[in-house]
Structures are given as structure tokens and as C-alpha cells.
Design a protein. Structure first.
Lengths: 113, 109
């Protein structure tokens, strides 16, 4: 069966520090991968999506970037965090080439202080 | 750009009462999906609707997709405390899901 992992679960970082969040998927090949951000009590904002290794589409201009170094690995990064980067970061995957459901990871709660 | 709006933003009901959330898109959707997010948790897929006018049921939950494929609704009959959470609709545009603003449901026993 398929499993999606995210780490860390929680993170407190000072303004200006770098960020690296990792997401891995098991049990499937060539998934579509997504990064979302959710502000407290708000909806989900799509940040990046990827349909294959090295293929990244950015939805929102910001100081974040994403990479997909391996088929089932998706990384969200920042060189310098801003206070506004605080939020709940969710990674998700869906079966490639379909318009079906997305499966979400447990998420990372990031607080920038 | 594509937008998906949901109303109401919050709903508080007494256990046993019914609940409905409505979802509207600015453009025609390929399909609509519904997700539930429990407090502190991550979104979990509930259902997908594809056809114009489609109606699907899952126990006490009824999902509808509008004839014009621009709106949808979720109706819960006789709510229970386990229904607490935020319900999101999500419209599919190409292979991107655009999530609605969500409706937070609170059920009082």
C-alpha cells in the first residue's frame, strides 16, 4: 500500500534562517507531487507541483523553492525565512496521469519567530 | 485565476441537526472533490464527482454536482460529534486542485 511521509512534524525557526522540508512517498511510481501551505484556520494554498523528476511548477511567487531529486522525493526549501512563511505545510501525491484524489501527508507545522 | 468559494465559513449545530456546505467555482470544473480535515490533522479525501448533476451518497453524507459543473454541495443528515472538522471542496483545473475556503463544522452534543 502507498504511504506518504513528511518530516519534521513541527519546526520553530528564526527569521532569516534556511528551511528544508522533506516528503517521500512509498508504494507507487512516478506520482504527481504537491506542496501546499495552510495558514491557521484557512484553506490550502498550492505552492508547487511536480509531474516528474526535475519538473517543478510554481504557483505562487515567494521566497520558497521546491525540488524533486528522486521520483518519490519532494523537497521544499528556503534560503531565508520570513515571518509570513509560518504555517502548516502539507505534501500530497496523486496517481500520475489521472485527475483523481490526492493523498496528504501528516504535515509540518512551521513557526517562524 | 481560478477561484473556489465556500459558504458558510463556520457552522455550529446541535447534534442531530442537519448541515450543508456550498461550493461555487468561477469557471467550469472537470470534476469536484471533497475533503475533510479534522482539527490538527491533514485533509482526507471523501469523494469525487465528475458528471453534471451527479449525486452520490456515503451513509449520512450526500454530495451533489451542479448541472453547469460550477457548483457543488455537501449535506450531512443528523450530524454526530464525529463529523466535527473542516470540509473543503476542491475543483480540478487541469491536474491542479484549487481548494475552496472551507467550512468549519462544530457539533455540540
Amino acid at each position: 500500500s502507498q504511504t506518504i511521509h513528511q518530516w519534521p512534524a513541527t519546526l520553530v525557526q528564526p527569521v532569516g534562517s534556511p528551511l528544508s522540508l522533506e516528503c517521500t512517498v512509498e508504494g507507487t511510481s512516478n506520482p504527481n507531487l504537491y506542496w501546499y501551505r495552510q495558514a491557521a484556520g484557512r484553506g490550502l494554498q498550492l505552492l508547487f507541483y511536480s509531474v516528474g523528476i526535475g519538473q517543478i511548477s510554481s504557483e505562487v511567487p515567494q521566497n520558497l523553492s521546491a525540488s524533486r531529486p528522486q521520483d518519490r522525493q519532494f523537497i521544499l526549501s528556503s534560503k531565508k525565512l520570513l515571518l509570513s512563511d509560518s504555517g502548516f505545510y502539507l505534501c500530497a501525491w496523486s496517481v500520475t496521469g489521472t485527475s483523481g484524489e490526492q493523498y496528504f501527508g501528516p504535515g509540518t507545522r512551521l513557526t517562524v519567530t | 485565476g481560478q477561484q473556489v468559494m465556500q459558504i458558510p465559513q463556520y457552522q455550529h449545530v446541535q447534534e442531530g441537526e442537519d448541515f450543508t456546505t456550498y461550493c461555487n467555482s468561477s469557471t467550469t470544473l472537470s470534476n469536484i472533490q471533497w475533503y475533510k480535515q479534522r482539527p490538527g490533522g491533514h485533509p482526507v479525501f471523501l469523494i469525487q464527482l465528475v458528471k453534471s448533476g451527479e449525486v452520490k451518497k456515503q451513509k449520512r453524507l450526500t454530495f451533489q454536482f451542479g448541472e453547469a459543473k460550477k457548483n457543488s454541495s455537501l449535506h450531512i443528515t443528523a450530524t454526530q460529534t464525529t463529523d466535527v472538522g473542516t470540509y473543503f471542496c476542491a475543483g480540478l483545473f487541469s491536474y491542479k486542485l484549487i481548494f475552496g475556503t472551507g467550512t468549519r463544522l462544530q457539533v455540540f452534543p
